[in-house]
Write a protein that binds this ligand. Structure first.
Ligand code: NDP
Length: 605
């Protein structure tokens, strides 16, 4: 194992052939490109709707439908909704109602309770509002159940439990011009009116299932990882899956979720078959308890500084120091080392791109070596090696995933990039062989490239009854990713046309500050309506498209996945992409926009 805090050792003399790697990456990508792209997945509705039932509810809340009026409705009780509410509360705004389909706050951490669920982004930068709350995570990589607890602690701190409708799903959100209010209909028969709506539906909230022939014919037990069935598996998020001791279990998918739950399944199941299409890159995690001396040394403002530092490094920027020093930031350390070693401080963007590629090759060689060092069976090791650039797919960090493949009860069924063939009454067919299984667990991820309203689960109708789906039929249209012309007094949190960072709560935090600023301005100035002007929106869309072109080559060379629209990063995705100059630059734009104070690009009345 490498020590993440030391300098890279092999940077100067390259122990690999870049041309050969380039060719191998290209072959691996081509093998995986499919005509159907995003359409290979089926939507979880109709006969598949049970895959999204809430297995964690203890009681069903009974209440009368609400037909009242509030100032601000926030849809979503995950970090985005919580941060929006927190920033509004800090601005003295009380009349808030949160609407959440789950039985409690927590968002993704409410749903994803699979065994081993944890955050592999350092908790000191991942968890928002640490200084505001006075909370310090117990270790560097905090468990999912502690993040869920923390979310609920945030809700208590900002007094949100009195202002929330749980187990309530928005079904339609419609602007009523005559009263200048949003009308929110829900599955509980509510028709609430709100002056402003804030929508934080989550970027990965709709589980997706592969459109495999026979998926509905399977007679065994089955569920998606984001609705873990502990009644069947036994155990808890800490493992101990005793219900599986006499079961043959199949897991489909080897992304970040599978990486975390496979070690527990391997321990609990009689037999475990892992069906792989593309291996994840698995770096070390190197977790450790929080050091009290380090905590005592922290100065006020440390949290924002650390979040910013992490974000600069993981989005390709250069910072003097690396505060987090983990696998996420290591690639940039490698790069700096190469540059320093070759004494080329003023590289052109093209030359910098080449150096980046070398640093990336080097990082991935290290990842592949880690597989060889861990896996005893040579063929299995070969299949577990990822051949693509590190940020083509989400990098994973885990110390128990690879060793699980050395167990006698675990079998890797690699499909050479093709995925499984079909599902039968009895199990899964892959590479022409049928594997009989008692249980199939879908670790197949979440919808990303589908329409915004489909992923939200409700349609949004703006002025003149125009739906957001209609308005965005040629691609997303926003100012700063948060406001859309024709949809007054409404705000969206997310990655579309906004700054992307792997540390998603950081982005939500910056957006929440911005939204609270605009809403407070309207409430203080008694402005009835605030809306992105068509001109400002067009300018922003053009900026997004222009900057996105620069990342096209990188994405086009990547193996398919949700980062590149399943291998089809075409024109539409350009417009729906993130702010191409990076999230740090984006956060700066937002801050300067607020400091300038004229609410440029917004129409108020
Ligand atoms: P992913 O989308 O990352 O993975 C889905 C997996 O299913 C992939 O391995 C995919 O293969 C595979 N798959 C899809 N269709 C088929 C098929 N027909 N046959 C075989 N395999 C198939 O979903 P995850 O739930 O793993 O992760 C989603 C995201 O959640 C992560 O990217 C991350 O952002 C977040 N996450 C974060 C964690 C954290 O620590 N903060 C932990 C866990 C998740 P292929 O790669 O070939 O498409």
């Amino acid at each position: 194992m490498t020590d993440q805090s030391t300098e890279p050792t092999e940077a100067a003399g390259l122990a690999f052939d870049p041309d050969a790697l380039r060719q191998k990456y290209s072959l691996e990508k081509i093998k995986r490109i499919r005509e159907d792209g995003n359409n290979q997945y089926i939507e979880v509705k109709g006969d598949f709707a049970h895959y999204v039932d809430d297995p964690y509810l203890e009681t069903i809340i009974e209440r009368e439908p609400l037909n009242d009026e509030i100032d601000i409705a926030i849809i979503g009780g995950g970090f985005g909704g919580l941060l929006s509410a927190a920033r509004l509360r800090e601005n003295g705004i009380d009349n808030i109602r949160m609407i959440e389909k789950a039985g409690d706050f927590g968002g993704t951490w409410y749903w994803n309770r699979y065994p081993g669920a944890a955050c592999d982004i350092e908790s000191y930068v991942y968890l928002p509002l640490l200084e505001e709350i006075g909370y310090m995570p117990v270790k560097k990589y905090i468990d999912g159940k502690d993040i869920l607890d923390y979310s609920q602690q945030l809700a208590r701190h900002y007094d949100l439990y009195d202002d929330v409708c749980f187990q309530t799903e928005a079904t339609e959100v419609r602007w009523d011009e005559s009263i200048a209010r949003w009308v929110i209909k829900t599955n509980r028969g509510d028709e609430m009116k709100a002056r402003f709506i804030v929508m934080s539906n989550g970027p990965l909230n709709r589980p997706k299932l592969p459109g495999i022939p026979g998926i509905d014919s399977y007679k065994g037990h089955t569920f998606h990882t984001s609705r873990w069935d502990y009644d069947y598996t036994g155990g808890t998020a800490d493992g101990g899956l005793t219900g599986l001791k006499d079961k043959r279990v199949g897991v489909i998918g080897t992304g970040a979720t599978a990486v975390q739950c496979v070690p527990h399944l391997a321990e609990g199941a009689k037999q475990l078959c892992i069906f792989q299409r593309t291996p994840s890159s698995i770096d070390e995690r190197n977790d450790h308890p929080t050091d009290p001396d380090w905590v005592a040394s922290l100065e006020p403002g440390w949290h924002q500084k650390r979040m910013d530092n992490f974000n600069i490094l993981v989005t390709g920027g250069i910072a003097e120091e690396d505060l987090v020093k983990d696998g996420w930031t290591e690639i940039i350390r490698n790069l700096l080392f190469i540059v320093k070693n070759e004494n080329e401080p003023d590289l052109s963007p093209g030359a910098m791109g080449e150096k980046m590629e070398l640093a990336d090759f080097q990082k991935m060689e290290q990842i592949r070596k880690r597989v060889d060092d861990t896996i005893t069976d040579e063929e299995t090791a070969e299949h577990l090696k990822p051949y693509y650039r590190q940020f083509c797919k989400r990098p994973c960090f885990h110390d128990d995933y690879l060793p699980a493949f050395n167990r006698p009860n675990v079998e890797l069924i690699d499909t050479d990039g093709q995925g499984i063939d079909r599902i039968t009454e009895k199990g899964v067919v892959a590479n022409g062989i049928e594997y009989e299984l008692d249980c199939i667990i879908f670790a197949t991820g979440f919808e990303v490239g589908t329409g915004y309203s489909r992923r939200s689960g409700y349609e949004i109708y703006g002025r003149k009854g125009t739906s957001l789906t209609q308005r965005w039929s040629e691609g997303a249209r926003t100012l700063h990713g948060m406001q859309s012309h024709g949809f007054p007094n409404s705000f969206m949190l997310g990655h579309i046309q906004s700054g992307f960072t792997p540390n998603y709560p950081h982005a939500l935090n910056e957006q929440s500050k911005h939204i609270a600023y605009i809403i407070k301005h309207c409430l203080d100035g008694n402005q009835r309506i605030v809306e992105a002007s068509e001109e400002a929106e067009t300018d922003w869309v053009n900026t997004i498209i222009k900057l996105a072109r620069d990342s096209q080559k990188f994405l086009a060379d990547c193996t398919p996945g949700y980062y590149n629209n399943e291998g089809k990063p075409q024109e539409r995705a350009l417009q729906d992409s993130n702010y191409g100059a990076g999230s740090e630059a984006f956060f700066k734009i937002l801050k300067e926009w607020r400091e300038e104070g004229s609410l440029a690009g917004l129409e108020l009345s």
